[in-house]
Structure formats: structure tokens, C-alpha cells
Design a protein around this ligand. Structure first.
Ligand SMILES: O=C(O)C1=C[C@@H](OP(=O)(O)O)[C@@H](O)[C@H](O)C1
Ligand SMILES: C=C(OP(=O)(O)O)C(=O)O
Length: 421
């Protein structure tokens, strides 16, 4: 799909969609729970579909009725091989790999997009030391076989926090106690905290001390009454950064404090001197003369495409540091963020573990290749608030991975969008 945007001043209010990361976690816990549960979820993205598809394959019954997802838990004693298709969702893939093995199910995966090349080795290696055999590594169809055993796991914390989350869902199901050690330091740590919060809501106790998690075995997932996912800060960040760059925009339904590390965007925009006001669960960002800053995104990698838009609005240099792991996402986001901004007339360059953006307060316009990446397509649209000429986004359907109604919301804010299929 090709989307062409004629630049307009945006204004208005958007209701945040449910947090993809939080919904993944609540669905997984609910599928492992002791009784049926329901989760309000008014937007079902491709990644959430992927998690539901995998949980169904493992035996959960999941029905979407309007804006509510009803989950009847899977049978932990079921046996037999399963086919799991996580689509392009790294989270789903890295959560289901240890989970299927903890359930003792042989799982044949079908991977799409860039997923076959996203890192798995550290997780696989540890699983292979704990009762599991993995075939088809490096192909679109890895196969995981054998029952995972409890014990001592040790993983780097600087590749993907999703390895830790996947193990933390799986290990409480096993007989025996486990420890998960962080070999170095944990980046994207807020995502693991969100996992611990979801597990705690289901009565699962995980010990945490510096550098390790302790998990006692054979725990029960006890479904609480009234599941609720937070509004999604990672996607709201595009509206908030477009607000800082040249539109006054508000997003409602965003909790603060939040389980999501990406809620840091509010503070980052404040540091950049944007006018940020928060009232209840609503946040409004209005443009101002933005200031040069240095932003460490080691814990919030998904914010970078949105922050790049705000950085282009700064008259001066923004240094985004600790970007190494952005290369491991749906696209190489160091390259694709720089490529998208530069295609619009901006000045962004990778510099070691940084992206340096030299903004001048406006952009020209041009053609942005989404590179198969939802957050790059959204970057292109949000950046149009700074452009004098049209912005064309190729591969714009990528937004469906996390935010299927993105261009409808963009139009609701006054954006002028033409779509060609
Ligand atoms: O656990 C999660 O829900 C996520 C963790 C992060 O990945 P990494 O831990 O690989 O940085 C983030 O980029 C991804 O979009 C969602
Ligand atoms: C990287 C992302 O997701 P995942 O790792 O689940 O594919 C994302 O949503 O930006």
C-alpha cells in the first residue's frame, strides 16, 4: 500500500490503543490460568493476532467478540506436536519458544518477514542445556522438541529482554526451582518489569535481586477478576512527538505511572522543552522552541522512530545513544530511521552506538520506504507535520503490525491521506 500525505497542521485528541506488549502478556497468562478470563481490547493488531493464534494452537480457546477477548485456558496436560505461526512478532516467537517446551509440546514454527534472522541463539542455547532439541535453526521453520527442565539459566541482557520474559512465563510451570542470571546488564528492563507485574497479577511469585530472577516451580496461574491492558505509550509516542514538532495533539487513556518504559517519552519531550501537560490519563503536547538533547534509549528502543520526528524539529543536534539493538528489530532501525528522515530532507547519521540528528526545524518531504517496519511507516506520517511537500510512504500497510487504525486516526486529526493499494 502506498500512502501519500499532503502536509497539514494536525490538531485534536486520539484515544490510545491497548498496549501491544501488555496484551501479549495478559493473553499468555490468561491462557495458562485456572479459569476463563476476559480482556477488553478494542484494537487487535497483527502481533496480537499472532499471539492468539499460537495460544489457540496450544489448546486455549480464544474468541474475539467486539472489543473483548475471551480466553478459556489451555490444558497443560495435552500432548502432541503443534504448528506455531508467530507472524513477524518477535515477542510472540520468543515467548512461545520456551512456553511450548515447558508444556512439553513439539512445536514447528513458521516465521515471516525478518523474524528468521532476528536473534534466538542465546535462548536456544540455554534451552538446549535444559532438555530441549532445536532443529532448523536459521530457517523459516525451526522445530523445538523435548520438555524444558528447571535449573540455572544464564543469558546476556543486551540482546533481547524477550528471552527473559519468555523464560519467566515458562519456568513457573516446571517441577523444581530455577534461576535466570543476567550475564551482563539488562536492557529494555521495563519490559521484564511489565512481565513480572502480569505474572504477579496471576499470583505467580518471582524473586528478583541484582542480576538474577528466582523462580520456584509448579506454580498455578490464578486468573484475577477484571483484566485490563494499559494504553499503548509506544504508539502514542508518534502523536506526542508530532505534537512537539508542530501540532497540538492530545492522547487519552495513558496511565502514569505506567508499566511501560516507553512512558518515558513524556519526560524526554519535556527535556527537549516541548510543552507537555498531563491531566488524569490524558497527555497533551504542544510545540515550542525545542532544545538539543542527548537521549539514552537502552531501555526504550521502540521510541526511536517517534523521537526522530521531534529531533528533526530541533534547530540543532540531538544525540540518540545506545541504539545498537535497534538493528535487531523488524528492520535495521538505525539504517531505516536515518534513511526515512534523510529521504524527507533531514540530516541523520549513525555514529557508533548513536544516531545523530541535526535538525533545522523543518523538512522538505519525499518518499519514505517503510522497510516492512510499522514504526518507520508511522515515522513518515508523523514527520509530515514538519514538511512543506508531500510525503509518500511505500509499504505503509506495515502499520497493521501494531496499529491497524493508524491512518484513520491520522485523518481524524486533520491529516490528508491518499491511499493506493
Ligand atoms: O517484551 C516486549 O513486549 C518488547 C520488548 C522490546 O524488545 P527487546 O527486549 O528485544 O528490546 C521491544 O522492542 C519490543 O517491541 C516489545
Ligand atoms: C520490535 C517490536 O516488536 P517485536 O519485537 O515483538 O517484533 C516493535 O513492536 O517495535
Amino acid at each position: 500500500m502506498i500512502v501519500t500525505i499532503t502536509p497539514r497542521k494536525l490538531s485534536g485528541t486520539i484515544a490510545a490503543i491497548p498496549s501491544k506488549s501488555h496484551v501479549h502478556r495478559l493473553l499468555i497468562c490468561a491462557a495458562l490460568g485456572d479459569r476463563p478470563a476476559t480482556l477488553p481490547c478494542r484494537v487487535v493488531s497483527q502481533d496480537i493476532e499472532a499471539t492468539m493464534r499460537c495460544l489457540r494452537a496450544l489448546g486455549a480457546e480464544i474468541a474475539v467478540d467486539g472489543s473483548v477477548i475471551a480466553v478459556t485456558p489451555l490444558d497443560r496436560n495435552a500432548s502432541g506436536a503443534v504448528e506455531l505461526d508467530p507472524g513477524e512478532s518477535g515477542s510472540t516467537y520468543r515467548f512461545m519458544t520456551p512456553l511450548a517446551a515447558a508444556l512439553g509440546r513439539k512445536a514447528r514454527f513458521t516465521l515471516h518477514g525478518k523474524l528468521p534472522s532476528r536473534p534466538m541463539d542465546d535462548l536456544w542455547n540455554e534451552m538446549e542445556r535444559h532438555g530441549v532439541v532445536i532443529a532448523g535453526k536459521g530457517t523459516d521453520h525451526p522445530v523445538v522438541e523435548g520438555r524444558l527442565t528447571a535449573g540455572r539459566y544464564r543469558l546476556p541482557g543486551t540482546v533481547s529482554s524477550q528471552f527473559f520474559t519468555g523464560l519467566l512465563f515458562a519456568l513457573p510451570l516446571l517441577e523444581g526451582s530455577s534461576r535466570v542470571l543476567i550475564a551482563d546488564r539488562l536492557e529494555s528492563a521495563g519490559y521484564v518489569d511489565m512481565t513480572l507485574a502480569a505474572l504477579a497479577a496471576f499470583g505467580i511469585v518471582i524473586g528478583r535481586s541484582a542480576g538474577r530472577f528466582s523462580v520456584s516451580g509448579a506454580q498455578r496461574y490464578v486468573a484475577p477478576a477484571g483484566l485490563r491492558a494499559e494504553g499503548d505509550w509506544s504508539n502514542a509516542a508518534f502523536w506526542l512527538c508530532a505534537g512537539a514538532a508542530g501540532a497540538k495533539l492530545a492522547v487519552t487513556g495513558l496511565a502514569l505511572p505506567s508499566l511501560q518504559g516507553d512512558s518515558a517519552v513524556a519526560e524526554i519531550l519535556r527535556r527537549m522543552s516541548a510543552k507537555v501537560s498531563i491531566a488524569g490519563d490524558s497527555i497533551t503536547v504542544a510545540p515550542a522552541e525545542l532544545r538539543e538533547t542527548c537521549i539514552d534509549v537502552g531501555d526504550t528502543p521502540d521510541l526511536v522512530p517517534a523521537l526522530a520526528v521531534a529531533a528533526a524539529a530541533v534547530k540543532g543536534r540531538t544525540a540518540i545513544v545506545n541504539v545498537g539493538r535497534l538493528r535487531l528489530k523488524e528492520s535495521d532501525r538505525v539504517a531505516s530511521v536515518c534513511g526515512a528522515l534523510n529521504a524527507l530532507g533531514g540530516h541523520a547519521v549513525p555514529d557508533g552506538d548513536c544516531i545523530l540528528i541535526d535538525g533545522c526545524g523543518s523538512l522538505r518531504g519525499g518518499i519514505v520506504d517503510a522497510c516492512g517496519d510499522h514504526r518507520i511507516a508511522m515515522l513518515g506520517a508523523a514527520a509530515s507535520v514538519l514538511c512543506s511537500e508531500t510525503v509518500t510512504i511505500t509499504g505503509a500497510e506495515a502499520v497493521d503490525k501494531s496499529y491497524p487504525g493508524f491512518f484513520d486516526d491520522f485523518a481524524a486529526l486533520g491529516g490528508v491521506v491518499r491511499t493506493e493499494v
